[in-house]
Design a binder for this molecule. Structure first.
Ligand code: SIN
Length: 277
């Protein structure tokens, strides 16, 4: 097995491992260490069916039930799909994950990781972008670090301020999906100790104790700062990629910039995380 960095600050690719077969403990630990240090782990050349993907990802944690069960794979509901072929009820195409976000932050314990495994890709485009929120935090001026240190974000399923609308939930999903959670704007990574900005434009409704006139420009400023190109790693998908990223210290977004006559279809799975602190 070989592990190589993919940019100066974020991303590592793993070559020479087949996650459909038993993985040695030492290899699992090396991959997990690379995930914690580099935030995006790209395991190349995999061909995993949903059950195999579930088993592979359980090497790194406990699978978390995802929110919108309409995307669940029928015979393996722990695994969902991401596809450009779904439509909103009004007929508009639904591109999941377009716009910066971190996953399921309306949960008290949001997922530590999300993994996607490419099944079908467009000839060009459809990259996933990642913004390293720990690097962005480090680069903040001291006065801003002090300002946001005590602040708590209010996260909901769908923020009323979000330009991007999520696909609606069924009545059954509504009963089990958390309504809201409070999380610090600055969280400390439980495994590598790094502080990072923890915001989520599609789910953050406000900041505790601040009115919207103050909170929304602050969140906009943080987002603009954190998503500057110097903090980004942009993943151009290759057939067989399995990409697992760290939701505790990254924002990510999909790009709907390709020929929609072509299908982009990936399996998605999440791993349980801790309470952000
Ligand atoms: C997601 O946000 O889960 C999907 C990202 C992608 O499709 O690139």
């Amino acid at each position: 097995m070989e592990i190589r960095p993919l940019s100066t600050h974020t991303g590592a690719e793993v070559l020479g491992v087949d996650l459909a077969r038993p993985v040695a403990d030492a290899d699992r630990e090396t991959m997990y260490r690379a995930f914690v240090e580099r935030s995006v782990l790209v395991v190349r050349d995999q061909a995993l069916r949903p059950q195999q993907l579930a088993r592979a990802i359980e090497l790194f944690g406990t699978i978390l039930a995802q929110h919108n069960s309409r995307f669940a794979i029928p015979d393996c509901p722990q695994i969902h799909y991401v596809s450009n072929q779904d439509r909103y009820p009004d007929g508009r195409r639904y591109i999941p994950g377009e716009g910066w976000h971190t996953d399921h932050s309306n949960a008290a314990r949001p997922p530590k990781a999300t993994a996607l495994h490419a099944v079908q890709l467009p000839d060009e485009g459809g990259d996933t972008q990642y913004a390293n929120m720990a690097a962005a935090y480090e680069a903040l001026p001291t006065a801003m670090k002090e300002r946001i240190a005590p602040l708590i974000g209010i996260h909901v399923y769908q923020s009323s301020h979000s330009a991007r609308k999520l696909m609606g939930l069924s009545d059954t999903d509504k009963e089990r999906v958390p309504n809201a959670a409070l999380h610090p704007l600055v969280r400390t990574h439980p495994e590598n100790g790094a502080r990072s900005i923890y915001i989520n434009p599609i789910r953050i409704e406000g900041v505790l104790g601040l009115d919207h006139e103050e909170a929304l420009p602050l969140l906009d400023d943080l987002l603009e700062h954190a998503t500057a190109e110097r903090f980004q790693y942009r993943h151009a998908w290759k057939s067989g990629d399995l990409v697992m990223w760290d939701n505790r210290c990254l924002l990510h977004k999909a790009n709907g910039d390709y020929d929609m006559a072509q299908t982009r279809y990936l399996y998605r799975v999440m791993l349980q995380g801790d309470v952000p602190r």
